[in-house]
Design a protein around this ligand. Structure first.
Ligand code: FAD
Length: 466
């Protein structure tokens, strides 16, 4: 065998696993499809907020676990979610030992550990030299020092087997064979594969905006399925609401996001009606948008008071310094709702009814009678009453898919029978079982990547007697 472990994908999951494996004395290679030294991947583009279900990584595991349960509706694998809750602090300590630098970027728990230097709060994709990029560079350098190999420009195509056991990877386009008794899939999910997105998430996959590197093509899922792997939770994704003009304007993604404005006001479809519970939050709203016949027909409606308060108050907000507008985004404004409806092309009567019902619920602090009803324990609804009334035509941005390959607490890939497939592991965004559910509960992609990556490496090392 050439290696003890071959890793597919050089994002945070793959590089964490490879470094841990090399630390433990394993001969390790990472196959990475990207060619450039700073190849694109979601880990490099990330905002850098390292948290678990919006809890501090060092919080008590019981508290973290309860937060995961709340946001996923308990529909996840409890063994896996307990593992994540238990391992948060250890993963953070390991990242710091690798050279990861963190700052506290705000008052909320989920801002306690932000990779430094943090990205600015300005619109657009600003990744170069920012915390996540610098962490990947540090992990790459560490891997080389530990005699591990990062092979760029190599796309894994097939898992090799010998007598029913994993025996390595064959690269696409005759790119070589890499023999190893253990393979870790860490290819980042299937958000970049329109056919798989259409099959599992949104019939009109092209109407979702690719809010990330788009490098997760579902190769890992395909390769694992060929060996009988079980898939889980495929119908949900991590994403946010963006201005629809992001489709033609690169300054309008991945930030600012419009989630907070929508949660304060209303999110309407092309018919001017609400279609989901805005009180649950932006990841949920993005998922519900994806299910619409016309996902690009949505609009976020709010008023002047919300624009100047809520619009200015989150980590990557649209309002300060008119950043959304200066980046080329359109915020429609009108003194009457009828005029606003005309500007965004929705029926005036429907929009007036939608806003009246919303304002009535806010005034009475009673949201159960709304259709659909609205959760009032998480996000504060605000009246749409102060002119000018405002609206932003929006879309759902897909960042990564939350479901995928089923794994156990050692990141071993599970077969349909529930038994691990010997020698096959998966980590990071290509795995399922820890996120999703009816509320599209998001637990944090970076934390999931590191923890599952470390677990995989440690199990391979244990099997190899290290
Ligand atoms: C804009 C943005 C902001 C985000 N902000 C945050 C945040 O603040 N906090 C947070 O927790 N999460 C955040 N995330 C999510 C987080 O970045 C991801 O969940 C996490 O980085 C996933 O890591 P990964 O290693 O699983 O996948 P990736 O980082 O996507 O890496 C997968 C790698 O596999 C490679 N690959 C794919 N197919 C193959 C193949 N066949 N052969 C070889 N290589 C292959 C890809 O090229 C890629 O380099 C954000 C993501 C984005 C895009």
């Amino acid at each position: 065998m050439d290696y003890d472990l071959v890793v597919v994908g050089g994002g945070l999951a793959g590089l964490s696993a490879a470094n841990r494996a090399a630390e433990l004395g394993l001969r390790t290679a990472v196959l990475e499809r990207g060619q450039d030294a700073l190849y694109p991947c979601n880990s490099r583009y990330a905002g850098g907020l390292v948290h678990l279900a919006f809890k501090d990584m060092t919080a008590a595991p019981d508290e973290i676990h309860a937060a995961i349960e709340r946001s996923t509706g308990g529909l996840t694998d409890p063994a896996l979610t307990h593992l994540l809750a238990d391992e948060g602090e250890r993963a953070l300590t390991w990242l710091r030992a690798q050279g990861g630098r963190f700052i506290k970027a705000g008052p909320y728990e989920w801002m306690r550990w932000v990779l430094a230097p943090p990205r600015p709060r300005t619109p657009g994709l600003e990744w170069k030299g920012r915390g996540p990029d610098m962490l990947l560079r540090a992990l790459t350098a560490n891997l080389e020092k530990r005699q591990g190999r990062l092979l760029r420009g190599v796309a894994a195509g097939e898992i090799l087997t010998e007598e029913g056991r994993v025996a390595g990877i064959a690269a696409q386009n005759d790119g070589g064979r890499f023999a190893a008794p253990a393979v870790l899939i860490a290819d980042g999910g299937f958000q970049g594969n329109a056919a798989l997105v259409a099959q599992h998430i949104a019939p009109t996959a092209d109407a979702l905006f690719q809010r990330g590197a788009g490098t997760g093509m579902g190769d890992g899922i395909r390769m694992a399925q060929a060996l009988g792997a079980k898939l889980t939770g495929m119908d949900r994704f991590y994403g946010h609401l963006l201005g629809r003009e992001a489709f033609g304007n690169e300054k309008l993604w991945p930030y600012p996001i419009l989630d907070h404005l929508a949660s304060a006001g209303v999110l309407v479809d092309a018919g001017g009606r609400r279609f989901c519970d805005e009180g649950i939050g932006g990841v949920y709203m993005a998922n519900e948008t994806a299910k619409l016949a016309d996902p690009r027909g949505i609009a976020v409606v709010f008023d002047e008071a919300t624009w100047t308060t809520t619009g200015a108050d989150n980590r990557f907000p649209p309002t300060p310094n008119d950043s959304f507008v200066r980046a080329g985004g359109t915020v429609h404004a009108a003194d009457t709702l009828d005029a606003l409806a005309a500007k965004i092309g929705v029926p005036a009567e429907a929009l007036a009814e939608t806003v009246a019902a919303h304002n009535d619920a806010v005034a009475r602090e009673c949201y159960g009678a709304l259709t659909p009803s609205r959760t009032d324990t998480r996000k504060t609804a605000k009246p749409i009453a102060t002119a000018p009334f405002r609206a932003i035509q929006a879309c759902a941005g897909i960042t990564y898919t939350m479901g995928g390959i089923a794994i156990d607490t050692h990141a071993r890939v599970l077969a349909g029978s529930g038994d691990p497939i010997p020698g096959l592991y998966a980590a990071g965004s290509c795995t399922g079982g820890a996120e999703g559910g009816p509320r599209a509960g998001y637990i944090g992609g970076l934390s999931k990547a590191v923890i599952t990556g470390l677990r995989a490496a440690e199990h391979v090392a244990a099997v190899r007697g290290r």
